[in-house]
Design a protein around this ligand. Structure first.
Ligand code: ADP
Length: 380
Protein backbone atom coordinates (compact mmCIF):
# COMPACT_ATOMS: atom_id res chain seq x y z
CA UNK A 1 0.00 0.00 0.00
CA UNK A 2 2.70 2.47 -0.90
CA UNK A 3 0.58 4.62 -3.16
CA UNK A 4 -2.84 4.00 -1.72
CA UNK A 5 -2.73 4.98 1.90
CA UNK A 6 -4.66 3.01 4.49
CA UNK A 7 -6.82 6.09 5.20
CA UNK A 8 -7.80 6.49 1.59
CA UNK A 9 -8.84 2.85 1.31
CA UNK A 10 -10.79 3.04 4.55
CA UNK A 11 -12.48 6.27 3.45
CA UNK A 12 -13.37 4.77 0.08
CA UNK A 13 -14.82 1.66 1.73
CA UNK A 14 -16.92 3.78 4.09
CA UNK A 15 -18.19 5.93 1.22
CA UNK A 16 -19.17 2.89 -0.84
CA UNK A 17 -20.84 1.20 2.14
CA UNK A 18 -22.79 4.43 2.73
CA UNK A 19 -23.82 4.54 -0.94
CA UNK A 20 -24.92 0.91 -0.87
CA UNK A 21 -26.93 1.67 2.26
CA UNK A 22 -28.85 4.26 0.25
CA UNK A 23 -26.61 7.28 0.75
CA UNK A 24 -25.23 9.67 -1.88
CA UNK A 25 -23.00 8.46 -4.68
CA UNK A 26 -19.47 7.78 -3.37
CA UNK A 27 -16.82 10.22 -4.62
CA UNK A 28 -13.73 8.06 -5.14
CA UNK A 29 -10.14 9.12 -5.78
CA UNK A 30 -8.74 8.24 -9.21
CA UNK A 31 -6.23 5.70 -7.87
CA UNK A 32 -8.99 3.95 -5.93
CA UNK A 33 -11.04 3.79 -9.14
CA UNK A 34 -8.05 2.42 -11.03
CA UNK A 35 -7.47 -0.23 -8.40
CA UNK A 36 -11.15 -1.16 -8.51
CA UNK A 37 -10.98 -1.42 -12.27
CA UNK A 38 -7.89 -3.65 -12.12
CA UNK A 39 -9.49 -5.91 -9.52
CA UNK A 40 -12.64 -6.13 -11.59
CA UNK A 41 -10.67 -6.92 -14.72
CA UNK A 42 -8.80 -9.64 -12.90
CA UNK A 43 -12.06 -11.07 -11.65
CA UNK A 44 -13.51 -10.83 -15.12
CA UNK A 45 -10.73 -12.94 -16.50
CA UNK A 46 -12.15 -15.81 -14.56
CA UNK A 47 -15.61 -15.23 -16.03
CA UNK A 48 -15.88 -14.95 -19.82
CA UNK A 49 -18.03 -11.81 -19.53
CA UNK A 50 -16.71 -9.65 -22.33
CA UNK A 51 -17.78 -12.13 -24.95
CA UNK A 52 -21.52 -11.57 -24.44
CA UNK A 53 -20.83 -7.81 -24.15
CA UNK A 54 -18.91 -7.81 -27.39
CA UNK A 55 -21.66 -9.83 -29.06
CA UNK A 56 -24.25 -7.35 -27.82
CA UNK A 57 -22.24 -4.34 -29.03
CA UNK A 58 -21.69 -5.99 -32.42
CA UNK A 59 -25.47 -6.07 -32.84
CA UNK A 60 -25.69 -2.26 -32.60
CA UNK A 61 -25.90 -0.45 -35.94
CA UNK A 62 -23.94 2.45 -34.40
CA UNK A 63 -20.38 2.76 -33.14
CA UNK A 64 -20.68 1.46 -29.57
CA UNK A 65 -18.47 0.80 -26.60
CA UNK A 66 -18.40 0.49 -22.83
CA UNK A 67 -16.31 2.99 -20.90
CA UNK A 68 -14.68 1.62 -17.77
CA UNK A 69 -14.70 3.70 -14.58
CA UNK A 70 -11.24 4.98 -15.54
CA UNK A 71 -12.79 6.64 -18.58
CA UNK A 72 -11.12 4.36 -21.14
CA UNK A 73 -13.00 2.09 -23.51
CA UNK A 74 -13.15 -1.46 -22.15
CA UNK A 75 -15.13 -3.17 -24.95
CA UNK A 76 -15.85 -1.79 -28.43
CA UNK A 77 -17.59 -2.91 -31.58
CA UNK A 78 -15.97 -2.74 -35.01
CA UNK A 79 -17.60 0.57 -35.90
CA UNK A 80 -16.09 2.25 -32.82
CA UNK A 81 -12.72 0.66 -33.61
CA UNK A 82 -13.08 2.17 -37.08
CA UNK A 83 -13.29 5.68 -35.60
CA UNK A 84 -10.23 5.24 -33.37
CA UNK A 85 -6.71 6.07 -34.55
CA UNK A 86 -4.96 2.84 -35.46
CA UNK A 87 -8.34 1.09 -35.73
CA UNK A 88 -8.45 0.06 -32.06
CA UNK A 89 -10.66 1.78 -29.48
CA UNK A 90 -10.04 -0.43 -26.43
CA UNK A 91 -7.81 1.27 -23.87
CA UNK A 92 -8.40 4.73 -25.37
CA UNK A 93 -10.55 7.53 -24.00
CA UNK A 94 -13.38 9.15 -26.03
CA UNK A 95 -11.08 12.20 -26.37
CA UNK A 96 -8.32 10.08 -27.88
CA UNK A 97 -10.79 8.43 -30.24
CA UNK A 98 -12.68 11.49 -31.45
CA UNK A 99 -10.53 14.53 -30.48
CA UNK A 100 -13.78 16.06 -29.22
CA UNK A 101 -13.44 17.99 -25.94
CA UNK A 102 -17.21 18.14 -25.73
CA UNK A 103 -17.53 14.37 -25.85
CA UNK A 104 -14.75 14.03 -23.26
CA UNK A 105 -16.65 16.33 -20.91
CA UNK A 106 -19.90 14.46 -21.52
CA UNK A 107 -18.11 11.17 -20.77
CA UNK A 108 -16.81 12.60 -17.48
CA UNK A 109 -20.35 13.62 -16.51
CA UNK A 110 -21.75 10.24 -17.56
CA UNK A 111 -19.18 8.46 -15.39
CA UNK A 112 -20.61 10.51 -12.51
CA UNK A 113 -24.02 9.05 -13.26
CA UNK A 114 -25.62 11.55 -15.67
CA UNK A 115 -27.09 10.50 -19.01
CA UNK A 116 -25.74 12.71 -21.79
CA UNK A 117 -26.70 13.30 -25.40
CA UNK A 118 -24.86 15.64 -27.75
CA UNK A 119 -24.15 16.30 -31.39
CA UNK A 120 -20.65 16.44 -32.77
CA UNK A 121 -18.84 16.39 -36.08
CA UNK A 122 -16.40 13.57 -36.70
CA UNK A 123 -13.87 13.11 -39.47
CA UNK A 124 -13.73 12.30 -42.31
CA UNK A 125 -16.07 14.82 -43.79
CA UNK A 126 -16.71 15.97 -41.11
CA UNK A 127 -19.82 13.90 -40.60
CA UNK A 128 -22.52 14.83 -38.06
CA UNK A 129 -22.93 12.26 -35.26
CA UNK A 130 -25.24 11.99 -32.27
CA UNK A 131 -23.47 10.68 -29.16
CA UNK A 132 -25.40 9.09 -26.32
CA UNK A 133 -23.74 8.24 -23.02
CA UNK A 134 -25.75 6.11 -20.63
CA UNK A 135 -24.49 5.23 -17.14
CA UNK A 136 -24.63 1.49 -16.47
CA UNK A 137 -24.60 -0.43 -13.22
CA UNK A 138 -21.15 -0.62 -11.62
CA UNK A 139 -20.25 2.92 -12.66
CA UNK A 140 -19.50 2.13 -16.30
CA UNK A 141 -20.95 3.99 -19.29
CA UNK A 142 -22.42 2.83 -22.59
CA UNK A 143 -21.20 5.08 -25.41
CA UNK A 144 -23.13 5.16 -28.71
CA UNK A 145 -22.10 7.26 -31.71
CA UNK A 146 -24.68 7.41 -34.49
CA UNK A 147 -23.73 8.76 -37.91
CA UNK A 148 -26.65 11.01 -38.92
CA UNK A 149 -25.21 12.31 -42.21
CA UNK A 150 -27.80 10.53 -44.35
CA UNK A 151 -30.69 11.46 -42.07
CA UNK A 152 -29.64 15.13 -42.14
CA UNK A 153 -29.31 15.06 -45.93
CA UNK A 154 -32.80 13.54 -46.26
CA UNK A 155 -34.25 16.18 -43.91
CA UNK A 156 -32.65 18.94 -45.96
CA UNK A 157 -33.95 17.42 -49.20
CA UNK A 158 -37.45 17.25 -47.73
CA UNK A 159 -37.27 20.87 -46.61
CA UNK A 160 -36.00 21.98 -50.03
CA UNK A 161 -38.75 20.01 -51.71
CA UNK A 162 -41.52 21.59 -49.66
CA UNK A 163 -40.04 25.06 -50.20
CA UNK A 164 -39.70 24.52 -53.96
CA UNK A 165 -43.15 22.97 -54.34
CA UNK A 166 -44.82 25.79 -52.41
CA UNK A 167 -42.96 28.34 -54.48
CA UNK A 168 -44.10 26.67 -57.71
CA UNK A 169 -47.71 26.47 -56.52
CA UNK A 170 -47.79 30.07 -55.37
CA UNK A 171 -47.21 31.56 -58.82
CA UNK A 172 -50.29 30.16 -60.61
CA UNK A 173 -52.45 30.60 -57.51
CA UNK A 174 -51.49 34.29 -57.31
CA UNK A 175 -52.19 34.74 -61.04
CA UNK A 176 -55.64 33.11 -60.75
CA UNK A 177 -56.41 35.19 -57.69
CA UNK A 178 -55.37 38.41 -59.44
CA UNK A 179 -57.36 37.66 -62.60
CA UNK A 180 -60.51 36.73 -60.69
CA UNK A 181 -60.33 39.92 -58.62
CA UNK A 182 -59.84 42.05 -61.72
CA UNK A 183 -62.94 40.45 -63.23
CA UNK A 184 -65.00 41.10 -60.13
CA UNK A 185 -63.79 44.70 -59.89
CA UNK A 186 -65.30 45.55 -63.25
CA UNK A 187 -63.47 43.78 -66.06
CA UNK A 188 -66.55 41.53 -66.40
CA UNK A 189 -68.37 44.48 -67.97
CA UNK A 190 -65.84 44.65 -70.80
CA UNK A 191 -66.31 41.49 -72.92
CA UNK A 192 -62.85 41.62 -74.46
CA UNK A 193 -61.03 42.08 -71.15
CA UNK A 194 -63.30 39.49 -69.53
CA UNK A 195 -62.28 36.95 -72.15
CA UNK A 196 -58.58 37.69 -71.63
CA UNK A 197 -58.78 37.25 -67.88
CA UNK A 198 -60.90 34.09 -68.17
CA UNK A 199 -58.29 32.66 -70.53
CA UNK A 200 -55.56 33.56 -68.08
CA UNK A 201 -57.44 31.73 -65.31
CA UNK A 202 -57.87 28.67 -67.54
CA UNK A 203 -54.15 28.66 -68.45
CA UNK A 204 -52.97 28.99 -64.88
CA UNK A 205 -55.45 26.39 -63.63
CA UNK A 206 -54.09 24.00 -66.25
CA UNK A 207 -50.58 24.71 -65.00
CA UNK A 208 -51.69 24.02 -61.43
CA UNK A 209 -53.25 20.75 -62.52
CA UNK A 210 -50.03 19.73 -64.30
CA UNK A 211 -47.95 20.65 -61.30
CA UNK A 212 -50.06 18.72 -58.81
CA UNK A 213 -50.17 15.71 -61.15
CA UNK A 214 -46.36 15.73 -61.51
CA UNK A 215 -45.87 16.16 -57.77
CA UNK A 216 -48.21 13.25 -57.06
CA UNK A 217 -46.42 11.06 -59.62
CA UNK A 218 -43.08 11.96 -58.11
CA UNK A 219 -44.19 11.18 -54.58
CA UNK A 220 -45.74 7.87 -55.70
CA UNK A 221 -42.49 6.84 -57.35
CA UNK A 222 -40.28 8.00 -54.52
CA UNK A 223 -42.38 6.27 -51.86
CA UNK A 224 -42.31 3.05 -53.87
CA UNK A 225 -46.07 3.03 -54.51
CA UNK A 226 -45.60 2.92 -58.26
CA UNK A 227 -44.62 -0.71 -58.66
CA UNK A 228 -43.10 -1.63 -61.99
CA UNK A 229 -44.50 -4.56 -63.94
CA UNK A 230 -41.49 -5.40 -66.04
CA UNK A 231 -42.02 -7.48 -69.17
CA UNK A 232 -41.22 -7.48 -72.90
CA UNK A 233 -42.45 -4.34 -74.69
CA UNK A 234 -42.40 -3.73 -78.48
CA UNK A 235 -40.36 -0.57 -79.09
CA UNK A 236 -42.26 0.28 -82.28
CA UNK A 237 -45.59 0.35 -80.44
CA UNK A 238 -44.18 2.38 -77.52
CA UNK A 239 -42.71 5.01 -79.87
CA UNK A 240 -45.96 5.23 -81.84
CA UNK A 241 -48.11 5.65 -78.70
CA UNK A 242 -45.82 8.36 -77.32
CA UNK A 243 -45.69 10.15 -80.69
CA UNK A 244 -49.50 10.10 -80.93
CA UNK A 245 -49.76 11.73 -77.49
CA UNK A 246 -47.83 14.82 -78.62
CA UNK A 247 -48.95 14.91 -82.27
CA UNK A 248 -51.52 17.64 -81.70
CA UNK A 249 -49.35 20.13 -79.77
CA UNK A 250 -46.53 19.51 -82.28
CA UNK A 251 -48.85 20.27 -85.23
CA UNK A 252 -50.26 23.34 -83.50
CA UNK A 253 -46.78 24.65 -82.90
CA UNK A 254 -45.51 23.84 -86.39
CA UNK A 255 -42.91 21.32 -85.23
CA UNK A 256 -42.45 18.26 -87.42
CA UNK A 257 -42.54 14.91 -85.63
CA UNK A 258 -40.57 12.06 -87.24
CA UNK A 259 -40.45 8.46 -86.16
CA UNK A 260 -37.77 6.11 -87.41
CA UNK A 261 -38.60 2.43 -87.87
CA UNK A 262 -37.54 0.31 -84.90
CA UNK A 263 -38.68 -2.96 -86.52
CA UNK A 264 -38.78 -5.91 -84.18
CA UNK A 265 -36.88 -4.37 -81.24
CA UNK A 266 -38.16 -5.27 -77.80
CA UNK A 267 -37.14 -4.03 -74.34
CA UNK A 268 -37.82 -5.19 -70.81
CA UNK A 269 -39.91 -2.38 -69.37
CA UNK A 270 -43.20 -1.36 -67.75
CA UNK A 271 -45.47 -0.26 -70.61
CA UNK A 272 -47.06 2.62 -68.73
CA UNK A 273 -43.80 3.90 -67.22
CA UNK A 274 -42.03 3.72 -70.59
CA UNK A 275 -44.80 5.69 -72.24
CA UNK A 276 -44.63 8.26 -69.44
CA UNK A 277 -40.87 8.63 -70.00
CA UNK A 278 -41.15 9.01 -73.77
CA UNK A 279 -44.09 11.42 -73.59
CA UNK A 280 -42.20 13.59 -71.09
CA UNK A 281 -39.11 13.74 -73.31
CA UNK A 282 -41.20 14.40 -76.43
CA UNK A 283 -43.24 17.01 -74.65
CA UNK A 284 -40.04 18.88 -73.71
CA UNK A 285 -38.63 18.53 -77.22
CA UNK A 286 -41.79 20.03 -78.75
CA UNK A 287 -41.97 22.69 -76.02
CA UNK A 288 -38.41 23.93 -76.47
CA UNK A 289 -38.10 23.56 -80.25
CA UNK A 290 -39.13 26.65 -82.18
CA UNK A 291 -41.63 26.60 -85.03
CA UNK A 292 -40.27 24.93 -88.18
CA UNK A 293 -38.02 22.60 -86.17
CA UNK A 294 -38.01 18.81 -86.09
CA UNK A 295 -38.29 16.22 -83.34
CA UNK A 296 -37.11 12.70 -84.17
CA UNK A 297 -38.00 9.57 -82.26
CA UNK A 298 -35.88 6.45 -82.78
CA UNK A 299 -34.73 3.14 -81.31
CA UNK A 300 -31.57 1.13 -81.96
CA UNK A 301 -30.02 -2.08 -80.62
CA UNK A 302 -26.73 -1.77 -78.73
CA UNK A 303 -25.46 -5.19 -77.62
CA UNK A 304 -27.88 -6.59 -75.05
CA UNK A 305 -29.48 -3.15 -74.64
CA UNK A 306 -31.76 -0.94 -76.68
CA UNK A 307 -31.32 2.83 -76.90
CA UNK A 308 -34.40 4.99 -77.44
CA UNK A 309 -33.76 8.60 -78.45
CA UNK A 310 -35.69 11.83 -78.67
CA UNK A 311 -33.67 14.33 -80.71
CA UNK A 312 -34.69 17.90 -81.48
CA UNK A 313 -33.42 20.84 -83.51
CA UNK A 314 -34.11 23.23 -80.62
CA UNK A 315 -31.79 25.76 -78.96
CA UNK A 316 -29.73 23.15 -77.11
CA UNK A 317 -28.74 23.26 -73.45
CA UNK A 318 -25.53 24.86 -72.23
CA UNK A 319 -22.96 22.38 -70.96
CA UNK A 320 -22.89 23.67 -67.38
CA UNK A 321 -26.55 22.71 -66.88
CA UNK A 322 -26.30 19.14 -68.14
CA UNK A 323 -25.13 17.50 -64.89
CA UNK A 324 -28.02 18.93 -62.88
CA UNK A 325 -30.75 18.73 -65.51
CA UNK A 326 -32.39 15.61 -64.01
CA UNK A 327 -32.73 17.14 -60.53
CA UNK A 328 -36.24 18.09 -59.54
CA UNK A 329 -37.09 21.76 -60.08
CA UNK A 330 -33.82 22.34 -61.95
CA UNK A 331 -34.28 24.47 -65.07
CA UNK A 332 -31.63 25.49 -67.56
CA UNK A 333 -33.68 28.48 -68.60
CA UNK A 334 -36.23 29.27 -65.85
CA UNK A 335 -37.91 32.08 -67.80
CA UNK A 336 -38.51 29.98 -70.90
CA UNK A 337 -39.63 26.94 -68.87
CA UNK A 338 -42.29 28.95 -66.99
CA UNK A 339 -43.40 30.66 -70.15
CA UNK A 340 -43.95 27.20 -71.67
CA UNK A 341 -45.90 26.05 -68.61
CA UNK A 342 -43.04 23.81 -67.42
CA UNK A 343 -43.03 22.42 -63.88
CA UNK A 344 -39.31 21.62 -63.60
CA UNK A 345 -40.19 18.10 -62.48
CA UNK A 346 -40.52 16.24 -65.79
CA UNK A 347 -36.92 15.12 -66.13
CA UNK A 348 -36.61 14.01 -62.49
CA UNK A 349 -39.69 11.84 -63.04
CA UNK A 350 -38.06 10.47 -66.19
CA UNK A 351 -34.89 9.59 -64.30
CA UNK A 352 -36.76 7.83 -61.47
CA UNK A 353 -38.90 5.86 -63.88
CA UNK A 354 -35.97 4.79 -66.05
CA UNK A 355 -33.94 3.70 -63.03
CA UNK A 356 -36.91 1.75 -61.68
CA UNK A 357 -36.87 -0.13 -65.01
CA UNK A 358 -33.14 -0.89 -64.55
CA UNK A 359 -32.20 1.52 -67.30
CA UNK A 360 -30.11 4.64 -67.75
CA UNK A 361 -30.97 8.04 -69.11
CA UNK A 362 -28.79 10.83 -70.45
CA UNK A 363 -28.54 13.82 -72.72
CA UNK A 364 -26.21 15.26 -75.31
CA UNK A 365 -26.72 18.79 -76.42
CA UNK A 366 -25.18 21.38 -78.69
CA UNK A 367 -26.15 24.41 -80.75
CA UNK A 368 -27.89 22.12 -83.27
CA UNK A 369 -30.24 20.73 -80.65
CA UNK A 370 -30.55 18.17 -77.90
CA UNK A 371 -30.75 14.40 -77.87
CA UNK A 372 -32.17 12.67 -74.81
CA UNK A 373 -31.59 8.93 -74.69
CA UNK A 374 -32.89 6.05 -72.59
CA UNK A 375 -30.99 2.75 -72.47
CA UNK A 376 -33.00 -0.31 -71.41
CA UNK A 377 -32.28 -4.05 -71.30
CA UNK A 378 -33.30 -5.77 -74.55
CA UNK A 379 -35.96 -8.42 -74.14
CA UNK A 380 -34.64 -11.89 -75.04
P1 ADP B 1 -39.71 21.73 -67.33
O1 ADP B 1 -41.08 21.47 -66.84
O2 ADP B 1 -39.17 23.05 -66.89
O3 ADP B 1 -39.57 21.49 -68.80
P2 ADP B 1 -38.06 19.38 -66.99
O4 ADP B 1 -37.63 18.68 -65.75
O5 ADP B 1 -38.85 18.60 -67.96
O6 ADP B 1 -38.81 20.68 -66.54
O7 ADP B 1 -36.78 19.92 -67.71
C1 ADP B 1 -35.80 20.61 -66.96
C2 ADP B 1 -35.14 21.70 -67.79
O8 ADP B 1 -34.36 21.10 -68.84
C3 ADP B 1 -36.10 22.60 -68.52
O9 ADP B 1 -36.52 23.65 -67.70
C4 ADP B 1 -35.27 23.11 -69.71
O10 ADP B 1 -34.47 24.19 -69.27
C5 ADP B 1 -34.33 21.93 -69.99
N1 ADP B 1 -34.79 21.09 -71.13
C6 ADP B 1 -35.42 19.91 -71.07
N2 ADP B 1 -35.62 19.40 -72.30
C7 ADP B 1 -35.11 20.29 -73.16
C8 ADP B 1 -34.99 20.33 -74.60
N3 ADP B 1 -35.45 19.36 -75.37
N4 ADP B 1 -34.37 21.42 -75.14
C9 ADP B 1 -33.89 22.41 -74.37
N5 ADP B 1 -33.97 22.42 -73.02
C10 ADP B 1 -34.57 21.37 -72.42
Amino acid sequence: MALLGRDKVAAAMRAIEAELAGGPRAELALDVLQLADLLRRRAERLLPKEEPERELLAAFPDAAGILAVTGAVRVANTALDGLAPGGRAVGRTPLEITRSEELAEAARRALQGHTKRLELELPPGPRPHVATLTPLLRGEVLLLLRDVTEARRAEQARRDFVANASHELRTPVAAIHGAAETLLLGALQDPQAARQFAEMIARQAERLARLTRDLLDLSRIESGQWTMQLGPVEVEGALRAAGDAVALPAREKGVELRRQEAGGLRVVADTRALEHVLVNLLDNAVKYTPQGGTVTLSGAAEGDRVVLSVADTGPGIERQHLVRLFERFYRADPGRSREQGGTGIGLSLVKHLVQAQKGEVGVESGPQGSRFWVRLPAAP
